[in-house]
Design a protein around this ligand. Structure first.
Ligand code: ZN
Ligand code: ZN
Length: 215
């Protein structure tokens, strides 16, 4: 008799998302903010425009709202990046990571074509939007969910999206930097962004009481 509990999964995690992605195809959204920020060419699964839009809001509206001291570590990062960066949005990554910077040798056809058409360097990374949405740093659970309701989830998505995006952008801009240093910056950005967004909404601060788990 076959014991259900001992059965191996028929397909690895993320495989169904990958298949659906291939069947549906992809669409692109060009995200333009200020002249000082790289253009983002967001490639997203057809029908998932909201995920690309969430990234656009985080990059163009939430990021510039953050306090100068929160943004300080990323000023040299933004200045060192290529002028255009391809962001491959996926629901989840099979490895469970929330994002990866892609070295030039591992670029998609889209990024390679773009670099050749523009005759200039292009960056590329992937972001797992569903994984980012479900990422639950410890301090969030200690906040009063009822007070902000659904707004808290929206703030979390904005802060988490920015933390993962900027983390991978720092890998891209400064590949020699250690994971520990880059993590330190992105953890601090997430905590400061959440604190600011929640404080602006509820007009009071809250303390980060526990270290953040690894994205
Ligand atoms: Zn990974
Ligand atoms: Zn990293």
């Amino acid at each position: 008799m076959l014991e259900i509990a001992k059965r191996q999964p028929v397909h690895p995690p993320g495989f169904l998302d990958w298949i659906i992605d291939r069947i549906r195809g992809r669409e692109q959204l060009l995200v333009r903010c200020t002249e000082k920020m790289p253009l983002l060419l967001v490639s997203f699964p057809r029908g998932q425009r909201y995920a690309a839009h969430e990234l656009e809001v985080a990059y163009c509206h939430t990021l510039p709202r953050l306090r100068p001291e929160t943004l300080a570590p990323y000023v040299p990062v933004l200045a060192a990046l290529p002028t255009i960066i391809v962001i491959v949005l996926r629901a989840r990554n099979p490895c469970g990571c929330l994002g990866h910077n892609h070295p030039v040798g591992a670029h998609s056809c889209l990024a390679r074509r773009l670099a050749s058409d523009l005759a200039s360097p292009v960056g590329e990374m992937d972001l797992a939007y569903q994984g980012i949405r479900e990422w639950k740093p410890q301090p969030l659970s200690s906040m009063a969910l009822g007070e902000l309701g659904g707004r808290q989830r929206a703030f979390h998505m904005q802060a988490a999206m920015l933390a993962v995006l900027l983390h991978e952008l720092e890998h891209m801009a400064f590949p020699e930097r250690s994971e520990q240093e880059i993590r330190h910056h992105s953890d601090a950005l997430y905590a400061a962004a959440m604190e600011q967004l929640v404080m602006e909404e509820s007009d009071r601060g809250y303390g980060i009481v526990a270290p953040l788990p690894r994205p």
